[in-house]
Write a protein that binds this ligand. Structure first.
Ligand code: I3S
Length: 129
């Protein structure tokens, strides 16, 4: 993955296109809104940018690819979502310490399995920060 101008010395560990929706924000339930997002895992942060489609032109700071939102993975938890959370296949549920819950999904099971592994590793690496 390309690194961002903001943190040129920190290459992102993982990037790709995922389907994403928030289900809770700051402890409050929000309406699902699945979108395809260019997703970047960098350090203990997970960044999402809307509408990155093919995902080859990621540049932080350029207008159209500004991160839509950022998730702090320190103290977060990750698990496979239960059936009642979504009718989709291969859904990961991510809960942050700040009380935001997200579902992330890919139709491709190798893709979502890699993300599951990467997120689990990141969370355990940064658990005590
Ligand atoms: O958990 P829900 O409410 O069954 O989630 C579905 C809805 O958000 C639906 O949109 P409406 O707001 O128009 O009802 C979405 O189109 C569906 O994708 C959501 O369910 P899945 O099972 O796909 O996560």
């Amino acid at each position: 993955c390309p690194s961002s101008p903001k943190h040129p010395s920190t290459p992102s560990e993982k990037c790709g296109v995922l389907n994403v929706t928030k289900i809770t924000e700051n402890g409050k339930k929000v309406r699902k809104n699945w979108t395809s997002s260019w997703t970047v895992l960098q350090g203990s942060s997970l960044l999402f940018a809307k509408g990155q489609g093919g995902g080859t032109s990621w540049k932080f700071g350029s207008n159209q690819s500004k991160p839509e939102f950022t998730i702090d993975l320190r103290g977060a938890s990750v698990e496979w979502a239960s059936k009642d959370k979504s009718s989709k296949k291969h859904v990961i549920e991510l809960k942050t310490r700040q009380g935001t819950e997200l579902l992330i999904q890919s139709e491709i099971d190798s893709v979502i399995n890699d993300w599951y592994r990467a997120l689990t590793e990141t969370i355990s690496t940064h658990a005590w920060e």
